[in-house]
Design a protein around this ligand. Structure first.
Ligand SMILES: *Cc1c(COP(=O)(O)O)cnc(C)c1O
Length: 552
């Protein structure tokens, strides 16, 4: 039986030889294969360092490992997904697969993302507009009534959350539209879904023959410059649209960047960043509501806000003078402005230009990723928030210890490590300590306005004393010893090591003294006391640099 995709595809696409995506994978060859098949240059390019790695070779046409990683991320089988050069490219290949020039139509719901109409026009397809309501909502009844009149409708583009307005489309409405239009393919663009409360329809697209979902690593995963996205649909449809791809669409460096960013050690920091951007979106929207010039501020499901101003030219001049770029969207609404959510410091400058000033000091944050052959670590710290605390080193007792540091230190900590625990805990324990110290150092920046010194002296039968000077100079003293070799999977001998690593990477003098009977108590006392000492040392204390030398 012919699939819907094959019935709808252009004859030119059907006449191309089938693409066997799986057979294109380099999986079958080891890294040491002798490649004399592709007229590549055997020598690495003359660029420095990791950039040179393997770029003298062509990439896999459809990178198998990235395809698997993205399929796992979106909860579908690899056969249901084709990796594209950004979601933009997926729009292009869909249009080129299905739309015959001068005959077929696509529908769009303006105001919306401009690429749908752009690629359709390039292909010579008709663009039928079915506008959103006055409040930018999707009205399924009105949409279906309008589509009833359209001949040769091939692709119906729906964007949820919508760019530039942020409005979501209820998944039930998307399904309803797909059911009502069995001879067209509904393309649901979920480029911003990570920032919304919507449920993805990716798994639904993998089984429903007239639904395709688009996803991208550009927005939620910070990879816009790498150009990595995908289309998700039935295996038959994916095979067909892959015929419209250029020979090697994804550059090796992009594949590598995407794979590194999707490694399991990055998951919790990605999640924390998305939460952070959503909180910041709500905060900026609240502040913008008090702006003397912004009206109708919409905080939808994207990493951006949409609002209107009376005098966009005046605002543009002001923003340009300050070096701030935003998108003006007069076609969406008169005086329409789309403002992306940036860092707290960036948002503060944009808000000031819109007439909103707050005394808020941006939070002191640090973010570090650290990869070696032995471990992959990602850490995020916010010294000015008590949460979240999410720690996964792979060693439960160590998780508990680092949690004590953050809890008693009064700061937010997200830390995840994928390490060689099959060997033992040594590398994971040490590398997490190094990365945590680096992250704290980054968050402290020039160390202006901190207490600098901290000490603590608590505990029951065990007694731990920790003294800290955030001097910028590493120095570590540890007095105490442990009888047991391990607490759970945690090697007790690592405790002095952890504090030395922290001292080195944070740039601090850390003196620890511990005594007592029970190793569990003693170890916990060290970490708790360190947290307490750190709390005092990083506490905000005016604006001054706490050093007579003028530098720390
Ligand atoms: C940014 C954006 C895209 C494009 O994503 P890339 O993967 O960077 O090409 C697709 N759809 C919408 C609605 C967007 O805003």
């Amino acid at each position: 039986m012919t699939s819907l995709a094959a019935r709808l595809a252009r004859p030119e696409i059907l006449s191309l030889p089938p693409v066997d995506i799986a057979a294109q994978a380099n999986d079958a060859f080891g890294a040491d294969a002798i490649k004399l098949d592709a007229n590549e240059n055997p020598y690495a390019p003359l660029v420095e360092g990791s950039l040179a790695a393997t770029v003298n070779r062509y990439p896999e046409p459809q990178p198998a490992s990235l395809r698997r990683a993205m399929a796992a991320l979106y909860g579908v089988a690899p056969e249901s997904l084709v990796v594209t050069r950004g979601a933009d490219d997926a729009i292009d290949i869909l249009v080129r697969t299905f739309c015959r020039e001068g005959r077929d139509a696509v529908s769009i719901c303006p105001p919306t993302f401009s690429a749908y109409a752009q690629f359709a026009r390039l292909q010579g397809a008709r663009v039928v507009e079915a506008p959103l309501t006055a409040t930018f909502d999707f009205d399924a009844d009105a949409f279906l009534a309008a589509m009833g009149e359209v001949a040769d409708l091939k692709l119906a583009f729906l964007c949820s959350p919508n760019n530039p307005t942020g409005n979501p489309i209820a998944p039930a409405d998307v399904i309803r539209v797909a059911e009502a239009l069995p001879d067209a393919i509904v393309v649901l663009d979920e480029a911003y879904i990570e920032f919304s409360e919507l449920e993805s329809l990716a798994a639904e697209a993998a089984r429903r023959d007239n639904l395709v979902v688009l996803r991208t690593l550009s927005k939620a995963y910070g990879l816009a410059g790498a150009r990595v996205g995908c289309a998700i649909g039935t295996a038959e449809l994916i095979q067909l649209i892959a015929r419209a791809l250029p020979p090697y669409p994804l550059p090796t460096l992009s594949i590598q960047a995407a794979l590194a960013s999707l490694s399991p050690s990055r998951r919790s920091v990605h999640a924390e960043r998305i939460e952070r951007l959503k909180r910041e979106r709500a905060r900026v929207a609240g502040l913008l509501a008090t702006s003397p010039i912004a009206r109708n501020v919409r905080s939808g499901g994207g990493n951006f806000l949409f609002f209107e101003v009376d005098d966009p030219a005046d605002l543009e001049a002001k923003l340009t003078a300050l070096g701030i770029r935003v998108r003006f969207r007069p076609n969406a609404a008169p005086g329409g402005v789309r403002l992306s959510i940036g860092t707290e410091a960036e948002n503060a400058v944009a808000l000031a230009a819109l007439g909103v000033t707050t005394g808020d000091q941006p939070a002191r944050r640090g973010e570090v990723v650290r990869d070696t052959k032995e471990t992959q670590v990602a850490v995020a710290v916010n010294l000015d928030a008590a949460g979240p605390r999410r720690i996964d080193t792979g060693i439960p007792f160590y998780d508990h210890m680092l949690d004590q540091v953050a809890a008693h230190g009064g700061f937010a900590l997200t830390l995840a490590c994928q390490g060689d625990l099959d060997i033992d805990g040594h590398h994971s324990v040490e590398d997490c300590a190094i990365a945590l110290g680096q992250t704290l150092r980054q968050a402290l920046a020039d160390r202006r306005g901190i207490g600098r010194f901290g000490f603590a002296l608590p505990m029951d039968e065990a007694e731990a004393q920790v003294l800290i000077d955030l001097s910028g100079r590493p120095y570590s003293v540890f007095e105490g010893d442990f009888a047991a070799s391990h607490i759970g999977a945690y090697p007790t001998e690592m405790t002095p090591h952890v504090f030395r690593s922290l001292a080195d990477s944070l740039g601090a003098a850390i003196h620890v003294k511990v005594s007592g009977a029970n190793d569990h108590h003693k170890t916990e006392a060290c970490f708790k006391a360190f947290g307490r000492a750190l709390r005092q040392a990083v506490a905000r204390d005016g604006e001054a640099l706490p050093s007579t030398k003028g530098v720390l």
